[in-house]
Design a protein around this ligand. Structure first.
Ligand code: BGC
Length: 784
């Protein structure tokens, strides 16, 4: 019952349902505002149960109409008023379209749906998809930032709000969650995922699916989720987007598959195939992946959609012509063709030539029609096109307030010397940097539905939160980078930073002038929104040079400097870490970013975010991740000093700059009295592991208590540490809490070399602490 902000909508509900709700409201004493109830009242009773309904419909379909259901074009030139004359519209009329994506606005969607249900022969409604990745118009932090909250309720809630807004605007299907594990921050799409850890990634995958889909897909504020990109998309060679992936199966099963599987276990309705190859065969045509793993091993019952032009891209991969790769894809177990038109153009021929069976096509059509049925579209094709909802449920004050709170939780305090932060709400602040007054960069990458103009810049946020007693001066200080061509690539999709034509000297002089008039400098530097995301791989992970130079000059003034860092990925921050007293990493925190960052800067919110991806010391260390193996030649000294003939570098340390799980608070937490309830357990028993955490600082705060386990001896080599539990707890200053984890045999299991998921008897080390570097440990034994 966290959904207080919803309004009970819809008048066509059954009385009994209403009464039940009233009762719940009374019982819990809360105002249950808003979950729309099922619309399956009278209409529902008129339509047959799913299996029967779909079978009957399919019996009326021609082969062309069946193939049409497998086709997913993008909206193309469809816009209100001209829908009827567009090519896509003609295809819809002819029953050649199963769904459309990336049309925005309830009116347009209603108009297009009308073509399907009034003009096509069988009146089959369309799916309307969109990349609703981290919120709709109310935009939440980029997924990497969301993951840094380590708060599953918040994450689920963000997906619920996204579903509520998207469904109010006509969308019934989102291409999210993106759960690709990545250990490579060169890859720009790390911004879209939840970082490097399979356990945390799995929890988040589940929370997202539950948030979007709820318990009942046919409610008008829940939408179909699509877990992507299946599989291994986060491990491209050299971090270059769309590049080859090559990985052992044991690594796939242990480290990369778990979040996809968690989404399937949570009931995700659709899966998107990834662009990359898996074991030599592109995922889009990979039968082992799509049928053996996904359906047979994991029991997935929904449909698989390709990624954008995934089918024709297999021609470039070298797998054959369009007919061949289309047949390969459907025979592998892929049901829907996004934009590629390979199915539309070739499947009929392949059926005639017996390269694809009619059963295979029928199966695909059935799965897509099932999803439409589950969404309630056959009961009411206009279910998601209520213009009233579009006016009242999108970008609401309540949703924005939640986004602001959530964004504040996603920020990670990387450094805070001499408690420079939080700032006082008085005196003069010089806010300097190309990202300080950049509202259209706040939402970050993949924010298709965001109205960038309405996002809150850092300048606006600080000015509002600091209040009247504080003077805020602003100067740009530098452009994003010296190279204008680079800036262009980094500010696509309207995310301009309005490149300043003044010389770097002039920009700097203006900045130094206000710096010298101020008590403190807040430098807003880092990546622009489109420096990460799709097709934004980088080989250099530093802050662009123009901004590094600016920062150096600001430090030279002798004024205290706070670096407010914007980034969509782990950056290399060695210099900044050495020279700047306080660093607050803010990712791209969404439409309310400016306010949320200001809330944290001024201490209205105490930072509690923790990194979910390792920040390297140098690009040469990549791939870098905490749950690595030991090797046969680990370093023998704890200080990380170089040792010849040991696994290390002659020019860099092994450890990262900031480890997985790391993040500071304005307060401090002390861990003590770690205890295990028993030293040994049998497979059918559990053990309690507890620790006392005391807030020893001056602020109330939240801590993410992290549990890691090491399987000391195995039949295969096992990681040094693996996250197996975490609890985010609020602890008041001066007080103490006992945190308890229950360890069962499930936490000790892994895929062995036969790919069997088992636990092996023997010794385990249990670590508890504030990040993955923790050395506080106890031992336990799993008995045979
Ligand atoms: C991306 C997907 C996205 C799709 C549709 C592709 O380029 O890889 O993540 O869902 O486009 O917009």
């Amino acid at each position: 019952m966290t959904s207080k902000k919803f309004r009970i909508a819809g008048s066509n509900k059954q009385k009994t349902n209403k009464m039940k709700i009233k009762l719940i409201v009374l019982l819990f004493g809360i105002s249950l505002i808003g979950y729309s109830q099922k619309k399956q009242t009278t209409k529902n009773s008129k339509i047959k149960p799913k299996t029967e309904f779909v079978a009957e419909l399919m019996s009326k379909m021609t082969l062309d109409e069946k193939i049409g259901q497998l086709n997913l074009p993008t909206s193309g030139d469809i816009t209100t008023g001209q829908a009827n004359s567009s090519n896509v519209a003609k295809n819809i009329e002819e029953g050649k379209v199963g769904g459309l994506f990336n049309i925005k606005s309830v009116q347009k969607i209603q108009e297009v749906q009308r073509i399907a249900v009034e003009k096509s022969r069988l009146k089959i409604p369309l799916l309307f998809g969109m990349d609703v990745i981290h919120g709709y118009e109310t935009t939440f932090p980029i997924p990497l930032g969301m993951s840094a909250t380590w708060d599953m309720e918040l994450i689920k809630r963000s997906a619920q709000i996204a579903a509520q807004e998207a469904s109010a605007d006509g969308i019934n299907w989102t291409f999210s969650p993106m759960v690709d594990i990545s250990r490579d921050p060169r890859w720009g799409r790390v911004s879209e995922g939840s970082g490097e850890d399979p356990y945390l990634g799995s929890q988040i995958a589940k929370a997202m699916v539950q948030g979007y889909q709820g318990d009942d897909l046919s409610l008008d504020n829940t939408i179909l989720a699509c877990v992507k990109h299946f599989a291994l998309y986060g491990a491209p060679e050299a971090g270059r987007d769309y590049n080859t992936v090559d990985m052992s199966r044991i690594r796939m099963y242990n480290d990369y598959f778990p979040p996809y599987k968690a989404a399937v276990d949570a009931g995700v309705g659709s899966v998107m195939a990834s662009f990359n190859e898996v074991d030599g065969i592109p995922a889009t045509g990979n039968k082992w992946l799509m049928t053996d793993v996904l359906r047979k091993q994991w029991g997935f019952g929904g449909f698989v959609v390709t990624d954008f032009t995934g089918i024709p891209e297999m021609i470039e991969h070298g797998l054959g012509d369009l007919q061949t790769v289309s047949a390969l894809s459907i025979n592998a177990g892929v049901e829907m063709d996004m934009v590629g038109e390979g199915f539309l153009k070739t499947l009929k021929k392949s059926v005639e030539e017996k390269k694809v069976s009619i059963e295979q096509i029928d199966n695909a059509v059935r799965l897509i029609l099932n999803a439409k049925y589950d969404l309630g579209l056959f009961h009411d094709p206009y279910r998601y096109t209520d213009a009233k909802r579009a006016k009242t449920e999108i970008f609401t004050t309540a949703n924005r307030a939640e986004a602001r709170k959530t964004a504040a939780q996603s920020l990670v305090l990387l450094k805070n010397n001499s408690q420079l932060l939080p700032l006082k709400k008085s005196g003069t602040i010089a806010l300097i940097g190309p990202l300080a007054d950049a509202k259209n960069n706040m939402a970050g990458t993949w924010s298709v539905a965001t109205n960038q103009d309405k996002s809150i810049s850092l300048l606006a946020g600080i000015t509002e939160v600091a209040g009247k007693k504080t003077k805020v001066l602003y100067a740009k200080g530098s452009n994003l980078d010296y190279d204008a061509a680079f800036e262009e690539k980094a500010t696509m999709f309207g995310k301009t930073l309005n490149r300043d034509s003044r010389s770097k000297e002039d920009l700097l002089a203006e900045a130094l002038k206000i710096a010298n008039q101020s008590d403190i400098i807040v430098a807003a530097l880092g990546e622009s929104a489109e420096m990460s995301g799709e097709s934004s791989s980088r080989t250099n992970l530093e802050i662009p040079q123009a901004q590094k130079d600016l920062l150096k000059e600001l430090l030279k003034t002798g004024k205290p400097v706070v670096l407010v860092l914007f980034t969509g990925r782990p950056l290399v921050l060695v210099q900044e870490n050495e020279t700047v007293p306080s660093i607050l990493n803010t990712w791209f925190a969404g439409s309310e970013a400016g306010l949320a960052i200001a809330d944290v800067l001024f201490g209205d919110e105490n930072p509690s975010g923790k990194l979910t991806a390792t920040f390297p010391r140098s690009v040469g260390q990549i791939p870098i991740y905490y749950n690595h193996k030991n090797t046969g030649r680990p370093l023998s000294n704890k200080e990380g000093k170089f040792e010849k003939f040991r696994s290390n570098y002659i020019d860099e340390r092994n450890e990262p700059l900031y480890p997985f799980g790391y993040g500071l608070s304005y307060t401090t937490f002390e861990y003590s009295n770690m205890k295990v309830s028993a030293p040994k357990m049998k497979a059918d028993e559990t053990i309690q592991l507890s620790v006392e955490v005391t807030n020893t600082g001056d602020f109330d705060g939240k801590e993410v208590v992290q549990l890691y386990i090491r399987d000391v001896v195995g039949t295969v080599s096992r990681p040094m540490k693996e996250l197996k539990g975490f609890q985010k707890v609020a602890i008041k200053k001066g007080s103490k809490q006992t945190i308890t984890f229950t360890i069962s045999v499930e936490d000790l299991k892994f895929y062995n070399s036969d790919l069997k998921f088992i636990a092996e008897a023997g010794e385990f080390e249990l670590f508890l602490g504030t990040d993955s570097n923790t050395n506080q440990k106890l031992k336990m034994e799993l008995l045979p």
